[in-house]
Design a binder for this molecule. Structure first.
Ligand SMILES: *[C@@H]1O[C@H](CO)[C@@H](O)[C@H](O)[C@H]1NC(C)=O
Ligand SMILES: CC(=O)N[C@H]1CO[C@H](CO)[C@@H](O)[C@@H]1O
Length: 434
């Protein structure tokens, strides 16, 4: 599940490396987020109370940066274009899916979804930052964020091997009660299938209902038919108690990476061609149509190196969101000591945003090991892991971008990425306030 940089891509990436972005004076300007016909829109807030400097900045940035118009669930959406040829200054936004102009006639108040008007429990505020954009400066220099009040989802990744409903509940509760943290109430799964069964529903679903844990579901390629059988069975068995918790559905995990030269070298598992993932995504859309899962966001998880490989663009086009995995620790052909950890991660994230066709980019895996071998200039230690948590987690990701950290418990693995050995007292300080 871990990524490695593709050495073959390095020359291309070096050429494409972003120049320092011109200073923008609207970095602190407020934004608003709302849903419009099922699409998540983030746009500059220019209503009452917006600073005068932001009114002109919003206009001039909108004027300078290219936009694209597309339809999404039947609605016309105008969003920032961030594909090839986009000026670097237009790629500095940290807010996924940012738009410059809300569609005419849209009304945030009227289209906001939420439990109050019969909408699902998962709301826009679970998915994207509700008020302000992150700054464009390096997170290493940014001040740490205050404890979570935003409600934007964050959590950890959960494998399925050997897991039962009771062990899922134990881990979900552990994540919620980690000393020094709050708000780790979401979970990313890799499969819908209970370990040891052909297509039985994974016991993480009743565990999530019992603990009110929100879910990024995962479907594992190439087990298409069984994954879809388990997904639709889960919706049938548990109804809205389950589907109200679903943040999105990821079709596949690192399959394009495993299909690349480095992935083939590092893994025995089969990868997938872009066309395979696209048809799995289409099959998933068909499978959930008419079920309680209809309308849920469908995407894919892969390494940032797979997304910036233009041969994989068809997968991006087929997705509602991208989940990106990035591990500076493994980027051992670059200067990847902990001092550069945040810079490498942010570059990986921004490069993914740059090819995301305006779609939200969620962080599905990142972390730094507490123990394990040296990897290039990277060393594994609790103090390096703490430094990475504070700069990347607190400074860049948490409460601004939907994030799943890697990982909660990783005992016995080498390198080992767990933030705890299984107790609510973490292996290092996880607070975001100091
Ligand atoms: C780019 O993606 C294609 C399609 O997935 C794959 O065949 C190729 O190996 C990738 N190239 C690199 C350098 O990873
Ligand atoms: C775990 C592992 O085998 N990692 C290797 C993956 O491939 C890269 C590039 O060849 C190596 O540098 C890693 O050591």
């Amino acid at each position: 599940m871990r990524s490695f940089i593709l050495p073959a891509l390095l020359p291309a990436l070096a050429l494409a490396a972003p120049a320092p972005a011109p200073k923008r004076d609207n970095d602190a300007c407020p934004t608003m987020t709302f849903t419009y016909e099922g699409a998540i829109i983030t746009a500059p807030y220019t209503g009452p109370g917006a600073p005068q400097s932001c009114l002109t900045a919003a206009t001039s940035v909108a004027a300078l940066c290219p936009t694209m118009t597309f339809t999404y669930n039947g609605a016309f959406i105008t969003a920032q274009y961030q594909g090839p040829g986009t000026p670097q200054s237009c790629l500095t936004s940290r807010t996924p899916g940012q738009t410059s102009t809300p569609p005419a006639g849209s009304s945030p108040a009227a289209t906001e979804t939420g439990p109050g008007n019969g909408g699902p429990s998962v709301t826009t505020s679970d998915l994207v930052a509700p008020t302000t954009s992150a700054t464009a400066s390096s997170s290493a220099a940014a001040s740490p964020s205050s404890p979570s009040t935003s409600g934007i989802a964050k959590g950890f990744n959960y494998g399925s091997a050997g897991m039962t409903q009771s062990s899922f509940e134990t881990q979900f509760n552990l994540a919620k009660n980690l000393v020094g943290t709050s708000g780790f109430t979401s979970a990313r799964l890799y499969t819908m299938i209970q370990d040891g069964t052909t297509n039985g529903v994974i016991s993480a679903i009743p565990a999530a209902i019992a603990t009110q844990t929100k879910l990024l579901l995962g479907l594992f390629y190439p087990n298409v038919d069984n994954e879809l059988a388990a997904l639709t069975a889960a919706a049938q068995q548990h109804g809205t108690a389950f589907t109200d918790l679903v943040l999105g559905i990821s079709v596949g995990s690192e399959d394009l990476y495993r299909n690349s030269p480095t992935g083939i070298e590092n893994h025995s598992n089969p990868g997938a061609n872009p066309a395979d993932i696209v048809s799995f995504i289409k099959a998933t859309r068909n499978a959930i149509a008419g079920t309680a899962l209809a309308g849920r966001l469908i995407g894919h998880v892969d390494t940032w190196t797979a997304y910036v490989n233009g041969s994989n663009n068809a997968v991006i086009s087929a997705c509602d969101f991208l989940g990106v995995d990035a591990y500076p620790y493994f980027q051992n052909t670059q200067a990847n000591g902990i001092a550069n950890g945040a810079l490498l991660f942010e570059d990986a994230y921004q490069q993914t945003v740059g090819v995301a066709q305006g779609k939200p980019v969620w962080i599905t895996e990142t972390g730094w090991p507490v123990s394990g071998p040296v990897s290039g200039q990277a060393t594994a230690s609790t103090s390096d892991a703490e430094s990475y948590w504070k700069s990347v987690g607190c400074g860049f990701a948490f409460d601004k971008i939907l994030t799943f950290w890697y990982d909660l418990v990783d005992q016995g693995a080498s390198p080992s990425f767990g933030v705890t050995d299984g107790t609510t007292t973490p292996l290092y300080d996880l607070s975001c306030t100091s």
